[in-house]
Design a binder for this molecule. Structure first.
Ligand code: ADP
Ligand code: GLC
Length: 557
């Protein structure tokens, strides 16, 4: 082990006056973030690669209250480190989890602090609520520079949000820009998050990191920060999506992290002779690994789903477990949801859902007819989500009695495909190529069924939202979809939705047709499933408890 000195993060700013950056647009006491100063001779940054596609930045949601506290287990303090969090910034389910799990943990006698980048794209109304908490300078890798780290704080419903401020790294209009920018950004962010904990002298029992953007935290913690106060924390790393790993050539990662040579080996950060893999390193150094469903925890240890990390995960599987994600019942509640045309609950869903359907049809310019079978699809439009299957079956799905509503953005190829269908099936197909939280809520409420035919799905939240809104999911049996949707059994009438197993367009079509048959010919049974799905417990309570148990296992004092 290299004996590199720990970075406490308490370093004073350099004597040389730093150049002021753009004015910080914050409320109280916010200082302008100065640009970093060179302190020693910088090595040249290694060459970078072109950027992949950007995800959209959504709108904020109304404020809600967390559940009442449960004090039957000992108190633990937890720092969440991740790259997005509703309502500040969200591109997918990670943002939902970073919002809901801390609140659910606060209700499980946890003291939670969420550390996030202070992206410039965070809506101004939240920027205005942030309070300046402090600042320091931190060296970074072999850059030879000391970087400004500001801490802006927002306390909301028992959870403390600390935003790491640095205008050099976090000025883009989107959280993810492309690997060229993102690799240095998250090398900085993970280190700054740990240094901020030291700076604030808030040393948590557990540091809970999420996805590749925060995966270096356990590596830093056991190397550069080992002898600093935060070094005593235990670490959990949650995989929300194994497809994204933060892979870049070794010189670049070495340059931006300054991690010791010992971590660049095949058991930790090294991917092959050329590349380093940030997630792989984190998995090696974390005390526990979780992923967001049991089935996915098993799948990622196989070549089909392992994204080339299956051997590494099998090696570490003694510390891996799956904990399925829940829904925040305050944010997702058809009885109070401000986005809906008509509120409803399990007692009057059969009466009010058709009204929401009609309102949705009107909003989207579809033929207004409660008798039509409306299928929703709310998704990032990427290869993960099974959209090639959808494309293959749509001509047969559009039978005159079925309407399809797509809400999503992503790969141009899929966006254009859905636009084409909208044009081809006017009044029956709506392609909403946009990110719109409120509209998503209205589709969950107004559709009869929701399609989630994913190629892989670590957990999946849209099927949970759908069930909770009395909309039957049609899903592929993979990952969390398999764990949360019990197949409808036509003989017993049991189950929650319609499922298919192999990744095959014919099987998807068959599942859709089974759903249609049930809807058009056996409405009584369909309605029973609607009510059963609404009654199903998909809340966070049980899952948060499992996370709490995991923390207690790691900190058995
Ligand atoms: P992933 O994280 O892989 O994108 P999830 O099912 O876990 O998939 O989470 C997706 C979340 O993002 C859900 O809350 C869903 O409602 C929301 N969402 C996805 N696309 C859109 C969109 N275009 N507009 C609004 N919400 C969306
Ligand atoms: C990822 C996965 C999704 C999961 C979400 C939250 O984005 O793709 O399946 O629900 O993370 O954990």
């Amino acid at each position: 082990m290299a004996q590199k000195k720990a970075q406490s993060g308490k370093k004073q700013p350099d004597k040389k006056k730093a150049e002021p950056a753009k004015k910080a647009q914050t409320a109280k006491k916010a200082e302008p973030a100065p640009k970093a100063e060179p302190t020693k001779k910088a090595e040249p940054a290694p060459k970078a690669e072109p950027a992949p596609k950007v995800e959209p930045v959504p709108q904020a949601e109304p404020e809600t209250k967390p559940a009442a506290p449960v004090y039957d287990t000992p108190r633990r303090s937890v720092a969440f480190i991740g790259s997005e969090c509703h309502p500040f910034v969200k591109t997918g389910g990670l943002g939902d989890v970073m919002y809901a799990l801390p609140r659910a943990l606060a209700a499980q006698n946890c003291d939670v602090r969420v550390i996030l980048p202070r992206y410039a794209c965070i809506p101004q109304k939240y920027q205005d609520k942030m309070v300046y908490r402090g600042e320091f300078y931190m060296d970074l890798g072999r850059t030879g520079r000391n970087y400004y780290v500001g801490i802006m704080e927002y306390i909301w419903d028992g959870v403390v949000y600390d935003f790491i401020d640095n205008q050099e790294f976090f000025t883009a209009g989107n959280p993810y820009v492309g690997l060229v920018e993102d690799i240095p950004k998250y090398c900085f962010f993970s280190k700054a998050a740990l240094a901020a904990l030291n700076y604030m002298n808030w040393i948590p029992d557990v540091i809970h990191c999420h996805d590749w953007q925060a995966a270096l935290a356990p590596v830093y913690l056991r190397t550069l920060f080992r002898d600093s106060p935060v070094g005593r924390a235990k670490t959990v790393l949650t995989i929300h999506n194994l497809r994204f790993q933060g892979i870049y050539n070794i010189p670049t990662i070495r340059y931006w992290t300054g991690l010791p040579d010992e971590v660049f080996n095949m058991g930790a950060l090294q991917q092959d002779y050329v590349n380093a893999n940030m997630l792989k390193g984190g998995l090696a150094y974390a005390d526990r690994i979780t992923t967001v469903s049991n089935t996915y925890a098993g799948e990622i240890q196989t070549p089909e789903y392992g994204e080339k990390l299956e051997d590494h995960l099998r090696y570490h599987n003694y510390k891996l477990r799956g904990i399925v994600t829940g829904l925040d019942y305050e944010m997702w509640n058809p009885a109070t949801d401000p986005a809906l045309a008509v509120h409803y609950d399990i007692t009057n869903v059969l009466q009010h859902k058709p009204e929401n359907k009609r309102a949705l049809q009107q909003e989207l310019g579809l033929v207004q007819d409660e008798g039509k079978f409306v299928i929703g699809l709310i998704s990032r439009l990427t290869n993960q989500k099974g959209l090639d299957l959808v494309n293959a079956v749509l001509p047969q799905v559009m039978d005159g009695n079925t309407q399809v509503v797509v809400l999503g953005t992503g790969d141009k190829q899929y966006e254009d495909t859905f636009r084409w269908y909208e044009n081809e099936h006017k009044g029956m197909f709506a392609a909403c190529i946009q990110y719109d939280e409120a509209r998503a809520h209205r589709i969950y409420a107004g559709a009869d069924a929701l399609l989630v035919p994913s190629r892989f799905e670590p957990c999946g939240l849209t099927q949970l939202n759908a069930m909770h809104y009395g909309t039957l999911p049609i899903v592929r049996e993979t990952g969390g979809l398999k764990d949360t949707v019990e197949p409808y059994n036509v003989f017993t009438g049991g189950g929650n939705g319609f499922t298919f197993d192999r990744y095959d367009a014919g099987l998807l079509l068959d599942a859709i047709n089974r759903a249609k048959t049930e809807y058009f010919t056996s409405r009584y049974h369909w309605d029973e499933v609607v009510q059963r799905d609404m009654a199903k417990d998909v809340s966070w309570a049980n899952s948060a408890r499992q996370y709490k148990d995991l923390y207690l296992e790691l900190t058995p004092w």
